[in-house]
Ligand binder design. Structure first.
Ligand code: PMP
Length: 427
């Protein structure tokens, strides 16, 4: 293991960070558990960054992958691809976007990059509105709409980005306001900003900010924004890379928490749909999707094996109502965590929705972020046999909990008690 770590360090970029003082090599998984190279078993509450959506080694997905792999791995976008059309039809219907077209990519970054290409071309503008504390990917275009200093390594950009208030409810200048006042203040800020801009193409936003520490505005903010955007003809791109497919329990998509005036113009997805296979994509109404007047392909996007995996995974998710499970088990988990956290002075807030739960840590008695405490809890949880993640905007001080959506009540209770111990030990 130490040898592998040394080899990783020697050959990989320095900015490719690993979790833990002694990084973990995960060798296999089953259900909601994974095992390391020493044979130690862990309850997995992070799912490889919200990507193992249903379960590890789900037999239905494994079978679909191996059957498709036995037939053909690749043919390219030059030929008809049945699993791609099957999955695209289902995603188009599920998206809620009328007259929807679907384009598959290999990652969330590439999906958002495509959304930016569509919106800027459709509107003939390179101005983009994005949220502070956001994360949209690692490419040259997506880091330039990422309002999180820790994940945006350059300010050189093909886009002119203007950052809007509202992604973070409990920090910043509007934190003390009521929900209705908060929304009104953010809308006024947006309107003021638009008074100083030329002709923005789109607003891109995560309904719940993932990398930013599972922060979100009050329900309805994006609906209120939508009314303003509509007046100016500005498109709304909902980045559902973390919030899609029922993860938030209450809704199938994160945008539905804001839905009173309908779906976004463009929706992007990735992570969970492939359950670990590289599937990302964009949905847009045909008028927007078809605005490009040149060819565009993703050689690997929509490859038959990944599409077969996505189809099997989506079928399992819907047949077993994993959205309902996320609501029920996530609700119980958040309650347990709130009860445990009430006794830990470094916990500032336990927030979340469904199986997307954040615990923000501060220096006790202040609202100063406590990244060392978050790192210590991560280590202690690992020792206790639980894997969690972390995130956060100004510093990495939010614990992120996002298990596969098939989590059982017993596993939720077990994970909560390990985390309770870890919080007490570290904070
Ligand atoms: N958007 C969001 C909201 C994300 O959380 C991520 C990944 N963390 C991305 C886009 C980029 O996805 P990928 O890493 O698959 O390129």
């Amino acid at each position: 293991m130490n040898d592998l770590f040394a080899r990783h360090r020697a050959v990989s970029p320095d900015w490719l960070t690993l979790y833990y003082d002694r990084p973990l090599e995960i060798t296999h998984g089953e259900g909601r558990h994974v095992w390391d190279a020493d044979g130690k078993r862990y309850l997995d509450f992070f799912g490889g960054i919200l990507t193992t959506m249903t379960a590890h080694a789900l037999p239905e997905v494994t079978k679909a992958i191996s059957e498709q792999a036995g037939r053909i791995l690749h043919s390219s976008t030059l030929y008809l691809n049945r699993p791609l059309v099957d999955l695209a039809e289902r995603v188009a219907t599920l998206s809620g976007i009328p007259d929807a077209r679907v384009f598959f990519t290999t990652s969330g970054t590439e999906a958002n990059d495509t959304a930016l290409l569509l919106a800027t071309t459709y509107r003939g503008s390179n101005q983009i509105l994005a949220m502070r504390n956001s994360y949209h990917g690692r490419s040259f275009s997506t880091v330039s709409v990422t309002g999180n200093r820790g994940w945006s390594p350059t300010s050189l950009s093909p886009l002119q980005t203007l950052y809007v208030h509202g992604g973070v409810r409990t920090r910043g200048p509007y934190a003390e306001l009521t929900d209705a006042e908060f929304i009104a203040a953010c809308v006024r800020d947006l309107e003021d900003l638009l008074g100083h801009t030329r002709r923005p193409a789109a607003l891109i936003a995560e309904p719940i900010q993932g990398v930013g520490g599972f922060t979100s505005p009050p329900d309805g903010l994006y609906a209120a924004f939508r009314e303003v955007l509509d007046r100016h003809g500005i498109l709304w791109i909902s980045d559902e890379v973390q919030t899609g497919w029922g993860r938030t329990g209450d809704h199938f998509w994160g945008w539905q928490a804001h839905a009173r005036n309908g779906p976004p113009d463009i929706l992007t997805f990735a992570k969970g749909i492939g359950n670990g296979m590289s599937v990302g994509g964009v949905v847009a109404r045909s008028e927007v999707m078809n605005c490009l007047d040149a060819n565009s392909i993703s050689t690997f996007g929509g490859s038959p094996v990944t599409m077969a995996a996505g189809l099997a995974n989506l079928t399992y998710l819907l047949d077993h109502d994993l959205q309902g499970n996320a609501r029920r088990v996530g609700g119980l988990l958040v309650e347990r965590l709130r009860a445990l956290a009430a006794r830990v002075p470094s916990v500032h807030e336990v927030r979340g929705r469904g199986l997307m739960i954040g615990i923000e840590l501060v220096e006790p008695g202040t609202d100063r972020a406590a990244p060392e405490a978050a790192a210590a809890v991560l280590e202690a949880a690992r020792e206790g046999g639980l894997l969690i993640g972390k995130g956060g905007g100004h510093s990495t001080s939010v614990l992120r909990i996002a298990p596969p959506l098939s989590l059982s009540v017993a596993e939720a209770e077990e994970g909560a008690s390990i985390l309770g111990e870890a919080l007490r030990a570290a904070g």
